[in-house]
Design a protein around this ligand. Structure first.
Ligand code: UDX
Ligand code: ADP
Length: 461
């Protein structure tokens, strides 16, 4: 079977970039990305490629190449389903905020709605591919809905999790470490494999059974997050003993069995995946009564929460135990550099903690909008929207953020922060001028020589 028409339901961080690259590399396949959110689809269709809804280095070029040729963005979900031979489901699977599994389990209502809609509309055989991160055995649910509510057509369900990281999405999609396809039907697997073989060497395409594929996605993220929590736990120990966490990370990372990646101590991991997938893993383990397994992975999240609060407390304690009415500049709001995504960003929680202490925050982030920052804070529900706007200001210029600030905190490792005029920043800040480097981005000796009181994660002060 040869795929000629692909539909993707969900034009978000996963669906948008992934389909753009699939279309770029398969000019003979028509790829239609659909979403219920009209505003989102309109921005994917924006004439000015700077206005597409997701910022990813290289993405605008890929969209520019394929859009209108064989890549289309539309709100006609039914139409796209009807035409496609292969349908990716890339809708969001947030952590449940209600009922059983609240705060832990993945909310599968969007997945179920998609499955029902596909069953309702499809008039020819189709391959359905789970792209969204989902709990193990979701494929069975999808298959069940399709087979019981469909109109007698054949559905093959595959799992094909996405491993791209934000900020490097296009690079990751162009040169994936591996593509994982889980499924039972050899023909369906071969059809999807052929789509990727347009640019990925076959030996990098791993095929497994459905459940292994679904579980591998959760486990990959859990392992990566666990490395960050492991090094963050050591950062606290370094701060009291005089060891330097960067030196420790380098020394252990040289052991090829450990490896050097994901050992950068930070103010805490964020992003849409790590916490959600860990919670999900914990929930699944508990639902099988595997409490030791659940507790083990839960600790990765608890340590991450501790790291964020510890950083905020360090700011308060260093600034003479009060930040009430003091201006603190925030450099960065995104959960990591080179993205405008703020989901679960450590900055939100550090800000919230400082605002509880009545600090006055002024935030500069090169890519995140003020609207998004207020949305993030309002969503916590700890203060009224008016209070959040009174206590937190958003500016477009780092120097303005620093002006008259008692302290400056680095929350995101944007490259441009390294080359700021730190001498000038020192001049415009109140004295003593504190820097709290949550990303270990700056050079400690240089900052101290400029006269800052400089604190970095994982270094004795
Ligand atoms: C992650 C996985 O890497 C990706 O494979 C999966 O598909 C989705 O989840 P992403 O969330 O985009 O990707 O970002 P990632 O680069 O993994 O970083 C996650 C968080 O960990 C960020 O907040 C980052 O700043 C933090 N981090 C990462 C560290 O604090 N230290 C590190 O060494 C690495
Ligand atoms: P992810 O990071 O997993 O891509 P996003 O939230 O960025 O998640 O994107 C998911 C997208 O899926 C959203 O734009 C949302 O509007 C869309 N979506 C959710 N349910 C449906 C549905 N039933 N039909 C079409 N689009 C949907």
């Amino acid at each position: 079977m040869r795929v000629t028409k692909i539909a993707c339901i969900g034009a978000g961080y996963v669906g948008g970039p992934t389909m753009s690259v699939i279309a770029q590399k398969n000019p003979h396949i028509q790829v239609t990305v659909v979403d219920l959110n009209k505003a989102r689809i309109d921005s994917w269709n924006a004439h000015d490629l700077n206005e597409i809804p997701i910022y990813e280095p290289g993405l605008a070029e890929v969209v520019g190449e394929a859009r209108g040729r064989n890549l289309f963005f539309s709100t006609d979900v039914d139409g796209a389903i009807r035409e496609a031979d292969l349908i990716f489901i890339s809708v969001n699977t947030p952590t449940k905020t209600y009922g059983k599994g609240k705060g832990q389990a993945a909310d599968l209502k969007f997945i179920e709605l998609c499955a029902r809609q596909i069953a309702d509309v499809a008039q020819s055989n189709k391959i359905i591919v789970e792209k969204s991160t989902i709990p193990v055995r979701t494929a069975a649910t999808i298959k069940n809905i399709l087979d019981n509510t469909g109109q007698g057509v054949q559905f093959q369900v595959l799992s094909n999790p996405e491993f791209l990281a934000e900020g490097t999405a296009i690079q990751d999609l162009h040169h994936p470490d591996r593509i994982l396809i889980g499924g039972e039907d050899p023909e369906a697997i071969a059809a999807l494999k052929a789509v990727y073989e347009a640019w990925v060497p076959s030996e990098r395409i791993i095929t497994t059974n459905l459940w292994s594929s679904e579980l591998s996605k959760l486990v990959a993220n859990a392992f990566l997050a666990q490395r960050v929590s492991s090094i963050n736990s050591i950062s606290e120990l370094c701060e009291v003993t005089g060891a330097n966490v960067e030196e420790v990370a380098h020394a252990i990372g040289q052991d090829s069995r450990i490896g050097s990646k994901f050992l950068k101590a930070s103010v805490g991991f964020g992003g849409s995946c790590f916490q959600k997938d860990l919670l999900n893993l914990v929930y699944i383990a508990r639902s099988y009564n595997l409490h030791e397994v659940a507790n083990y992975w839960e600790q990765v999240i608890l340590l991450n929460d501790h790291q964020k609060i510890r950083f905020a407390e360090k700011i308060i304690n260093s600034m003479y135990n009060t930040v009430n009415g003091k201006k603190i500049a925030f450099m960065g709001w995104a959960f990591k550099k080179n993205t405008n995504d703020t989901r679960e960003s450590a900055a939100i929680y550090v800000a919230d903690h400082l605002l509880e202490e009545q600090a006055q925050l002024t935030v500069y982030d090169p890519k995140v909008s003020a609207i998004q920052m207020y949305k993030d804070l309002d969503a916590l529900g700890n203060r009224s929207p008016e209070e959040n706007r009174a206590l937190l200001k958003v500016v477009n210029d780092p120097m303005e953020a620093a002006k008259d600030a008692h302290g400056l905190a680095i929350l995101t490792e944007w490259d441009e922060f390294k080359s700021l005029d730190w001498m000038q920043i020192k001049t415009v800040m109140k004295k003593p001028a504190f820097i709290f480097d949550g990303r270990k981005l700056l050079d400690a000796e240089e900052m101290k020589a400029l006269g800052f009181i400089y604190y970095a994660i994982g270094e004795k002060h």
